[in-house]
Design a binder for this molecule. Structure first.
Ligand code: HEC
Ligand code: HEC
Ligand code: HEC
Ligand code: HEC
Ligand code: HEC
Length: 237
């Protein structure tokens, strides 16, 4: 529960006082919206129109996140797959499964209830409207999905695994080194830095081999030139 009263809260009144004009309006709006949180609750696990399992598709079949969430590394927003993406496989595989009924309605013109409409997935994660967030800013700087969404590759049904509180965001912005990995490992939710360093020779500035994950994190954060910002305008409109 370390991030409920982070160090900076002592300074918050001061910092708020220093935020000028428009920011002050934003903060008032922020409190109003904050009073009615929606999909921001840890453990939130809505049932979906199709019981889609990440465990089957990612862990067992080995599909990459980007096969379905194809904008996650090149835009702010991470898209959900269209029915077409599922149909690539499921016009052949598990054709008779009753669980895939909604997919047939969306894609299968021979289905009596065909309507061609997109599948209505229920949102699990939703940042409040007054928060600015970008997926590509993180994913292309070595921050993995697992840091913010938990072990999705093991989930039969997706749930909200981590509190996306302001303290959570700031904890990492203050100390990104322990939370970054090589870019090719961002989509590998089972990444283990100690194991990575056994299999890859990575040298520090003195030309010595790195075996300590902490030192590796610092090195990566230098390579990426990380400077996550903490000013209010970084994350608030
Ligand atoms: C075969 C397609 C597919 C693959 C591969 C896939 N996903 Fe998904 N993902 C979905 C679908 C469909 C949903 C919406 C239904 C649901 O929430 O279960 C979803 C939902 C999610 C959500 C919740 C979205 C929300 O509403 O907040 C997260 C987070 C997520 N996926 C992360 C991942 C990660 C991380 C990977 C890679 C390790 C991955 N997904 C791989 C299809 C996929
Ligand atoms: C790359 C091919 C592929 C894609 C893309 C794919 N699936 Fe699958 N899916 C499979 C395979 C193979 C299985 C069977 C796994 C098994 O039986 O162990 C499966 C199983 C399932 C099942 C379980 C069916 C049952 O009756 O147990 C559901 C539901 C499902 N997929 C939904 C989806 C949805 C929804 C999408 C799109 C978001 C999707 N799949 C995308 C290959 C795929
Ligand atoms: C630094 C934290 C962070 C990382 C890293 C991250 N996400 Fe997210 N993700 C979020 C937040 C916050 C939201 C809610 C965004 C919103 O409401 O605008 C979200 C929302 C989503 C959604 C739901 C989009 C929707 O419209 O329903 C999907 C899917 C998703 N993330 C997938 C991924 C995948 C896949 C990865 C890794 C490749 C990833 N995320 C990495 C924080 C993160
Ligand atoms: C696990 C670490 C981690 C977490 C958690 C995290 N961030 Fe970040 N964030 C980073 C890193 C690293 C960068 C890239 C900094 C850079 O490029 O110098 C970044 C960049 C950003 C940027 C882009 C800023 C710019 O300079 O353009 C925004 C906006 C942002 N984060 C918002 C958020 C929000 C909102 C949350 C919480 C929902 C969050 N972050 C959680 C590590 C994190
Ligand atoms: C790294 C991103 C980030 C930065 C920087 C940031 N915030 Fe936030 N802030 C958030 C997120 C995410 C939430 C939403 C938390 C939630 O939904 O529980 C939030 C919520 C808030 C709220 C609503 C009440 C609360 O505490 O949840 C206020 C007020 C606020 N921020 C003010 C500020 C001020 C003032 C600053 C500058 C000192 C600031 N924020 C800097 C990410 C950030």
């Amino acid at each position: 529960m370390a991030n409920i009263f982070p160090r900076w809260t002592n300074l918050l009144p001061l910092k708020i006082a220093f935020c000028a004009g428009t920011a002050a309006v934003g903060v008032v709006a922020a409190f109003t919206v904050y009073a009615t949180p929606k999909a921001t609750v840890v453990g939130y696990q809505p049932s979906q129109p199709i019981p889609f399992s990440h465990k089957i598709h990612v862990d067992q079949l080995g599909l990459d996140c980007r096969y379905c969430h194809s904008f996650v590394d090149n835009s702010d927003h991470s898209n959900l797959p269209s029915a077409n993406t599922c149909w690539n496989c499921h016009q052949h595989v598990q054709r008779q499964s009753p669980k895939l009924e909604p997919l047939h309605r969306a894609m299968d013109k021979t289905h009596p209830l065909y309507d061609g409409k997109p599948i209505q997935w229920v949102k699990v994660h939703k940042a409040p409207d007054y928060v600015k967030f970008s997926h590509s800013a993180h994913v292309n700087r070595g921050v993995s999905c697992v840091s913010c969404h938990g072990q999705v590759d093991q989930m039969e049904v997706v749930y909200h695994a981590k509190a996306h509180s302001m303290g959570f965001c700031l904890d990492c912005h203050r100390n990104p080194a322990d939370n970054v990995r090589p870019l090719e490992e961002v989509f590998n939710l089972k990444y283990d830095p100690a194991e990575y360093l056994k299999q890859h020779v990575v040298l520090n500035d003195k030309g010595e081999r790195i075996s300590d994950p902490k030192e590796f994190g610092k090195k990566l954060s230098d390579v990426f030139k990380l400077q996550p910002r903490e000013s209010c305008a970084t994350c608030h409109h």
